[in-house]
Design a protein around this ligand. Sequence first.
Ligand code: FES
Length: 226
Amino acid sequence: MRTMKELFDLSGQVAIVTGGGYGLGYQLAHALGEAGANLVIAARKLDKCKASAEILEKELGVKVLPARLDLTQPAEIDALFERVQKEFGKVDILLGCRTPQDMLFGDEVAGWEKRLDVNFSCTVDRGGPDWTGNVGLITTLIPGVTIIPERTFSVVVGPPVMYKFVINELLKKDLPERQIILSLERHMKCGMGKCGHCQIDHPKNYYCCKDGPTFSYDEVKEAKKL
Ligand code: FES
């Protein structure tokens, strides 16, 4: 007989189960954990949640966060979501392209849209009659992303012309410069440190092929041009 995990794989997902410390809530948390989900079990009785979390972690091998929660208190709900984000984190993928027809990675996009641990947003410069999504530059999506400066890294890939604008938006959200990772692969030709095409106009004369191709923004911010 196939296991719960084979039938219904939730590996990498996070499930918040209110009342998950005991009774039916515990049974539900157990089933979700059995399917591979990391768990947040929240209830007013924190001691019971802690005891149950210990059992679930040992038995199922998933991460379980016990939390006190009174559902009649909106501030406690907000605080719990913030804590869950800090503990488990999320991946935000922002994709921008000129038109819907120019969109690459069709299969990957379809997969990202279904995942609960990925916030996927897409925008196009020009939509057309059938397009119902966002229209605008990639920078228009950044204000909607939650950035926790002490634990967020941003990886920026695309035509260097957009880097300056994306970096500005990320800095506005207090993301440290060393946590903004830039891919400068477009500069490469020979890939062996011979042709000099990938050299960055920077006091340290970086070569993308030898020293990169990824750099943090604080490493290359003195470059005349990225
Ligand atoms: S790609 Fe030629 S030197 Fe780096």
